[in-house]
Design a protein around this ligand. Structure first.
Ligand code: KG4
Ligand code: ZN
Length: 347
């Protein structure tokens, strides 16, 4: 067995994740989600999430150690999400990581959550071809990245200028009267609908927008268009064809995400792209990206769905990369950074 034994801690949003890896080998990935507690609010409530992390952290850590069949004293280092994410939620994980680092006398690595979403694929598909492109789509972020070196050279080509893709799914689900989180529900509803029933707008794809925003996304105009369309139907006393709205909305999102992702590969001169983040579980995004990348001669990598949503293994494996690269550990006085840029891999 090779590679350092790393404990990874993730608490940036509503999942308390503890992962344990040895190099690229996954030993444990325990996740406690507080999603049920947020359902009635239609979105994540930061205070509720922070409290849930406090309650879940130690039991989840114990479960992960049992699963990996290791003693905490054996780990070589502790990797933790330092940002971006919800401030109070991040602080819980970071504080726990610092306490463990002091108690066990092990080095601490404060790492970027978004880069973790890319790194997690190492557990499924081995070393990343570098450079490669990455499309990150989650509830909080939507970005196109150029990954030259996962431990320290990542360029953001573009990102959403308003809502994240997952956020758009959640908001559209809400206006259709569907439960939170909206992504999986819309995905399922869309299966029975016609993706061409309604021509919803494709954000930032007009010629004039492409000049300034070639690799950026915008989903708030789409959300407003869906809302207006649904309101008009209701005002006119007509039924809202939920499946058609879901399918047409989903097609608009996936069309833009994939078109710009292929363009980014061409711009970077790479034939490898990685799809990561919670929305990577979306069936249409997966199919359309596969179709368009194949047509362009690009190889698509995507971690298994369980590793796409927030978890501790993604931080652990990024930690393993950083340790293997011989980078310096973080200082024990690092703070959580809710707006940590993706270009900062290690704090
Ligand atoms: O990466 P993630 O677990 O958390 C963040 O870092 O935000 O992503 C959560 C987001 C939610 O907005 C959820 O609605 C979306 O991922 N999501 C999906 C699907 N599964 C989860 N969106 C579209 N289709 C899905 N199948
Ligand atoms: Zn995430």
């Amino acid at each position: 067995m090779s590679g350092p034994l790393i404990l990874g801690i993730e608490s940036s949003c509503d999942e308390t994740g503890i992962g344990i890896v040895r190099g690229h080998e996954l030993l444990a990935n325990e996740v406690a989600s507080s999603v049920e507690e947020h359902v009635r609010f239609g979105g994540v409530v930061p205070e509720v999430a922070s409290r849930a992390h406090l309650q879940a952290l130690v039991p989840t850590l114990r479960r992960a150690c049992e699963k990996a069949d290791i003693d905490l004293f054996e780990v070589d280092a502790i990797a933790v999400t330092a940002g971006p994410g919800l401030m109070g939620a991040l602080v819980v994980g970071l504080t726990a990581a610092k306490a463990l680092a002091v108690a066990l006398d092990k080095p601490l690595y404060g790492l970027n959550h978004l880069v973790g979403h890319v790194a997690v694929d190492l557990l499924d598909h081995g070393p990343l071809p570098q450079p490669c492109a990455a499309l990150l789509v989650s509830g909080g972020h939507t970005s196109l990245l150029g990954v030259n070196d996962i431990t320290g050279d990542i360029v953001e080509l573009g990102a959403t200028i308003d809502d994240a893709a997952g956020e758009a799914y959640d908001k559209v689900a809400r206006l259709l009267g569907l439960p939170y989180p909206g992504g999986p529900v819309i995905d399922r509803a869309a299966a029975d609908g016609d993706p061409h029933a309604i021509a919803f707008p494709r954000g930032l794809t007009a010629q004039k927008d492409l000049a300034r925003h070639r690799f950026d996304y915008s989903f708030s105009g789409l959300k407003t268009a869906v809302s207006r369309w649904v309101e008009t139907r209701r005002r006119d006393g007509l039924d809202v064809p939920v499946a058609d709205v879901a399918a047409s909305f989903q097609e608009a999102v996936c069309d833009v995400l994939t078109a710009k992702a292929v363009d980014a590969c061409e711009h970077l001169g790479t034939t490898d792209i990685l799809l990561g983040g919670g929305v990577a579980a979306n069936s249409r995004l997966r199919a359309l990206l596969e179709e368009r990348t194949a047509a362009a001669g690009i190889t698509l990598r995507r971690p298994r769905p369980a590793l796409c949503t927030d978890n501790g293994a993604m931080m652990a494996v990024l930690g393993a990369e950083v340790v293997t690269a011989g980078l310096r550990p973080s200082s024990l006085d690092i703070g959580a950074n809710s707006g940590l840029p993706v270009s900062t891999v290690l704090v």
